[in-house]
Design a protein around this ligand. Structure first.
Ligand SMILES: Cc1cc2nc3c(=O)[nH]c(=O)nc-3n(C[C@H](O)[C@H](O)[C@H](O)COP(=O)(O)OP(=O)(O)OC[C@H]3O[C@@H](n4cnc5c(N)ncnc54)[C@H](O)[C@@H]3O)c2cc1C
Length: 358
């Protein structure tokens, strides 16, 4: 392969790397991706909630406004990926219902609703007698909740398939190897793998949490640590009404994402660990808390469990950091929001390469 055979080389093909590559490919750039197993990281465990409003938390305002912007880009992004790949990406825009099991759980939900309201999010207090359709099949002991109309969801497996399909159709090169180093040789960016060296005009690193360390590294504020999370997968006889419910059950959080296909995702655990395992108690807690809220889930088919390492930066915010005289960008730290942020990083990556290299 001759020098600078690519305009941009993207290292890491989780949802963030794939979206960066897509954003560059739609600008007509020659793109390569380096990843031994695309879509295998945290992306594989994600539930696909695009729910910045219901997730608005004290102290995370920076990422909140970015994820709200990303959410507004999702309908166009989903349409573009669908058209370019032939893989229909269906966005469920039905909002999310947040409920509490007992008095203190409801007080916590009310606190979160006040936080979201203070950030300008439209949250409605809903009573079961008035909005019975939102509470269908929910345990009768829950008679009220908060409804976040802006929240949406999408199946991350289909997002990955769509992005990979679109990139293949656009002629992107997939290099199924692990990068052993990413360097800057002055004129070009260089990615080394065990078998060879690849060159491009610009490079993007999007390896989520990775134990690898290279010549390049992001600044200290963007050092990434892993926060492990697991999701439980169930299946209902489809097709069913899609819905998204978040609940606090005796102080523990659980969410339930039901897709129209009948696929159900329960999530998610959160542990400061890099060990890719799911503890038995995690599965037990997610299933029992979800069944307390939607008792019919007891009869759903158990499909399996997925585990991933959320990439969290030292300052808790996602970043797009330019390195090595703006020839490299390190894109990471998307924590609980990587699927949500995909359209925004696609836009940022396309602009980065066009503005600095072309
Ligand atoms: C349980 C769970 C539930 C979640 N639910 C949601 C949700 O509902 N909504 C939402 O928006 N977000 C959710 N997230 C967060 C989201 O999944 C992450 O923010 C997102 O996946 C991060 O994407 P990424 O591409 O940066 O990292 P990853 O998905 O981890 O991808 C990194 C990629 O880099 C590759 N890689 C690593 N090292 C190298 C190397 N040396 N060379 C080449 N390639 C390499 C890996 O193979 C991998 O494919 C969830 C996460 C978890 C764990």
């Amino acid at each position: 392969m001759s020098e600078n055979d690519f305009d941009v080389i993207v290292v890491g093909a989780g949802v963030i790397g794939l979206s960066c590559a897509f954003g560059c490919s739609t600008k007509g750039l020659r793109v390569a991706l380096v990843d031994p197993r695309p879509g295998s990281g945290a992306t594989n465990a994600a539930a696909g909630m695009l729910a910045p409003s219901a997730e608005a938390t004290d102290g995370e305002n920076g990422s909140f406004f970015a994820s709200l912007e990303a959410l507004s880009l999702w309908p166009t992004f989903a349409r573009d990926v669908s058209e370019r790949s032939g893989e229909p990406l269906h966005l469920d825009e039905g909002g999310s219902l947040c409920v509490g099991w007992d008095h203190s759980d409801r007080a916590l939900q009310a606190h979160l609703a006040r936080t979201a309201t203070s950030l300008g999010v439209g949250v409605i207090l809903v009573e079961r007698v008035q909005r019975a359709e939102l509470f269908r099949d929910v345990t009768p002991r829950i008679t009220s909740g908060h409804f976040y109309a802006n929240d949406a969801s999408i199946d991350p497996d289909i997002v990955v398939r769509g992005l990979m399909g679109a990139l293949r159709r656009d002629g992107a090169t997939f290099i199924n190897e692990r990068a052993t180093d990413c360097v800057d040789d002055g004129g070009a960016v260089i990615v080394q793998t065990a078998s060879r060296t690849y060159r491009a005009k610009r490079g993007i690193i999007a390896t989520g949490y990775s134990p690898d360390s290279w010549s390049l590294r992001p600044s200290t504020a963007h050092a990434i640590r892993p926060v492990r999370g697991s999701t439980v997968r169930l299946r209902l006889d489809g097709p069913v009404e899609p819905r998204m419910i978040r609940a606090v059950v005796r102080g523990r959080s659980v969410y339930i994402v039901v897709r129209s296909s009948g696929d159900v995702v329960l999530g998610a655990s959160s542990d400061e660990s890099s060990e890719l395992i799911t503890e038995a108690g995690t599965v037990l807690r997610l299933m029992s808390d979800a069944i307390e809220i939607l008792p019919d889930l007891e009869h759903a088919t158990f499909v399996g469990v997925r585990v991933g390492l959320r990439p969290v930066s030292a300052d808790q915010n996602p970043f797009f950091e330019l390195l090595a005289g703006e020839k490299w960008a390190w894109v990471g730290g998307h924590y609980r929001q990587g699927i949500t942020m995909a359209p925004l990083v696609a836009k940022q990556a396309g602009a980065f390469v066009v503005e600095t290299a072309c």
